[in-house]
Each structure stands twice: as C-alpha cells, then as structure tokens.
Design a binder for this molecule. Structure first.
Ligand code: NAG
Ligand code: NAG
Ligand code: NAG
Ligand code: NAG
Length: 372
C-alpha cells in the first residue's frame, strides 16, 4: 500500500508551528453517539490540525470506544497526518480538501498500536513531498507496519490526490538524486522482504484522478501484497494509454474482482485474458470492465473468449471512437451473446459506431454488415 505509492513521502523541512488542539477541542467535536461506545468526530480545519493531538485524545478514551474522524479543510487548511495513521480506536478516517503534511515522518519507530482502521478515504488532497526524503527513505529498510499500512482496511479511497514538492534544493539536484536511484536495485531488495502485506478484508479501492503515472506502480502494488477479496477497483481518469500487465492478469492478482472501472482514461487497446486464475472454481457473476470514455478503436480477435472463461467478462465500450466495420461487428456479436446471459447490461446494445459513409452514428443493435 505504501511502496506502490512511491513518491509520497514527506520532507524534513516542514514548518512545525504546532498549535496544539486540546482535549476539550476533541471532546467538543466528537460527540458521543447514541451507541455509547462510538465517537464521531467532525472537524473543519481552517488553519492546522495535528493527528498527533487526536491520537493523544483517543489514547485517553476508554478502551472499548471506537472513533471515526471526518476532516474537511478550507483552502488554507493543513492536516499533519503521519502514515500509517494509527490512533487507538480509530476505525474510519475521511479527509477532504486538505494539504497533508508530515505524511512520512523522520522517525519510523513502531507505534505498538494494533491495526484497526477499516475505512480510509482521502479526497481532493495535496500531499506535501520532499523528494530527497522519499529517496532516502526507500533506500533504508522499512518495517512491515510502515510498508503495508493498516492491513485491516476494507475500503481504501485515494481520490484526486496530487503531490506538491517542498524541496529547497534546485531542480538539478533533484535530477541528480533521481539518477542515483535505481528502480532495479530497489525492486531487488524487495525480493528479500520476509513478509507479504495481506489485505484480507479489502473489498474496495478507488485510486482515481491521480496525476502521478508511475509505470511501476502496479508492479509494486502486487509484488508482495495479496488482495484476496478485492471486488471493486476504480482507476478512472488517470491518463493511462494502455492496460497495465497486472490488470491484464487480474485473475492472478485480484481473483474476486467484480468491477474494474477504467473509464475516462486514454486506452486504445485492451486485453483482459491474461494469466489464468489460481482458483479452480468457475463463477456465475461476471467481471465488468468499464472502459467507457477511452480511445478504443480496435476489438481483439479473441473477443468471443471473454464469455467462455471461468469468469465471464463484460467489457463496456460506451463513448469510444468505434468505427462501423468488421471490428465493430465482432463486438456486436460478443455483446449480443453476453446479453443472453446477463440481461441487466442491456444498454450495451445502445453503444454506437461511427459510419464515415453515412456520416452518422449507428447503434450496435441496428448494425448490419455482410462483408466480414
Ligand atoms: C482535485 O483536488 C483539487 C484540490 O487538491 C481541487 O482543486 C480540484 O478541483 C479537484 N478536482 C476534481 C476533479 O475534483
Ligand atoms: C491473510 O489473513 C487472513 C485472515 O487474517 C488469513 O486467513 C490468511 O491465511 C492470510 N493469508 C496469508 C497469505 O497469510
Ligand atoms: C490520448 O492518446 C492519443 C494517442 O494515442 C494522444 O494523441 C492524445 O494526446 C492522448 N490524450 C490525452 C488526454 O492524453
Ligand atoms: C448504460 O447505463 C450506464 C449507467 O446506467 C451509463 O453510464 C452508460 O452510459 C449507459 N450506456 C449507454 C451506451 O447508454
């Protein structure tokens, strides 16, 4: 969860003018729920909030109490939030519109807290990153706690997250730094790690609208981690032009996947028939791959196979630049076969192709071609 977000860690030279939030601040913002053992905190941050203060507050609560924390920032709001965001009793953390500082602290000492977080949602946030610090950090061994984050998580949302570099070095120095960094060396070291991150509860990931397009991201994500229950993976609007190999091989890495949302990318070709499943069971529920609003113009010749494997695959090509030709006829045949089994995707029959001869769009259900 962390290594695959290589490029996230935060700098040393952050302003640490901490305005300490007192216990009464959280007592006030975290009213006791009717269910006595649950506190729901809603905090609006116009200046600065420090997770360390919150952590101090939860540590003084009775041990049976669980807590959720919703933080919304104004345009000036900064949330000092050190990974892996552990606080005793914290089971849900939602953060919106904040600049996140201290994401990676200098000292990576174990917290001695157990994993408890079930829901993590970061939306429209900017993570302040010191690139030099990131590289130093990845050249030192990480503990499993830091590396994997909280393995209890069920829902992980990193939606519209961008990075802001806080380096004081000039750009040339950063370049030099990056040149010294070898991904191969880094990856080789990973092979010697003695643990795997086991996200055995994780059902939902949303990593949409991410401006960092690291090409090794999926490799790092899957190389030493297991996602045995993941059923929804949203990866929209990330500017990808091709399907990463690990998603082609989804059966191997994400065996329970039901929805793969790749809409609003720039993918021109696809293949989801990669590595076979490691499980032998066949399933009646299909995998739905949402490829709407991409750049697909070509239909793979093995399209019929998408319905014959152990898990049938529904590929939604709404809003792609499809031309009316034999390619499209192949897609039509596939869709009509798919609809015989899965009526609920009926509106796939409304997908259109563009006919250059007729200067108009034709709906799939109406398309005929006797020349293929
Ligand atoms: C993404 O987040 C930034 C703030 O970091 C915000 O200004 C922007 O409007 C957000 N974009 C979308 C599409 O929500
Ligand atoms: C992952 O964790 C689950 C539940 O804690 C456990 O049943 C499973 O054996 C673990 N898998 C691996 C590969 O360690
Ligand atoms: C999408 O890809 C095409 C080429 O495949 C390229 O010309 C175009 O600029 C890309 N669009 C975006 C938004 O990246
Ligand atoms: C089918 O329905 C979904 C949601 O109901 C919509 O997003 C999609 O655009 C529709 N597809 C077509 C071809 O109308």
């Amino acid at each position: 969860m962390l290594r695959h977000l290589f490029g996230i860690l935060v700098g040393i030279d952050l302003i640490l003018t901490v305005t300490c939030q007192s216990r009464s601040f959280f007592d006030m913002n975290c009213p006791q729920n009717k269910a006595a053992n649950f506190r729901k905190c809603e905090v609006f941050v116009d200046s600065r909030l420090d997770f360390i203060d919150f952590k101090q507050w939860t540590s003084e609560l009775e041990t049976a109490v669980t807590v959720s924390l919703d933080v919304t920032c104004s345009s000036k709001g900064v949330f000092f939030l050190p990974w892996p965001m552990k606080a005793r009793g914290l089971i849900k953390l939602n953060v919106k519109g904040c600049v996140l500082e201290g994401f990676f602290q200098d000292s990576l000492t174990p917290t001695n807290l157990k994993d408890e977080l079930q829901e993590l949602s970061l939306e429209n946030c900017v993570i302040a990153v010191n690139m030099k610090r990131v590289i130093d950090l990845f050249n030192t061994p990480l503990t499993q706690e830091i590396d994997c984050g909280q393995q209890t998580v069920q829902r992980s949302v990193w939606h519209n997250i961008s990075y802001m570099f806080t380096n004081k070095m000039d750009d040339i120095a950063i370049d030099e730094y990056l040149r010294k960094f070898s991904f191969d060396q880094f990856f080789n070291r990973l092979r010697h790690i003695k643990y795997r991150c086991n996200y055995s509860n994780l059902k939902y990931i949303d990593d949409s609208i991410s401006r960092s397009r690291g090409k090794n991201r999926f490799l790092l994500m899957t190389a030493y981690s297991d996602f045995p229950k993941l059923n929804t993976f949203r990866w929209t609007d990330n500017g990808y032009r091709s399907v990463p190999q690990e998603l082609i091989d989804w059966r191997k890495y994400f065996p329970q996947l039901k929805l793969l949302d790749l809409s609003y990318n720039n993918i021109s070709k696809f293949n989801f028939l990669g590595a076979p499943s490691t499980e032998m069971v066949s399933k009646s529920d299909p995998l739905v791959v949402d490829l709407s609003q991409n750049s697909v113009a070509e239909i793979p010749v093995d399209m019929p196979d998408y319905l014959t494997g152990s898990v049938p695959i529904i590929v939604d090509l709404t809003g792609n630049p499809l031309r009316c030709d034999c390619n499209f006829l192949r897609y039509k045949k596939y869709v009509m076969n798919a609809l015989k089994r899965f009526e609920k995707y009926e509106n796939l029959s409304e997908i259109t192709c563009y006919s250059a001869i007729m200067h108009r769009k034709i709906q799939l259900v109406n398309y005929r071609n006797n020349n293929c």
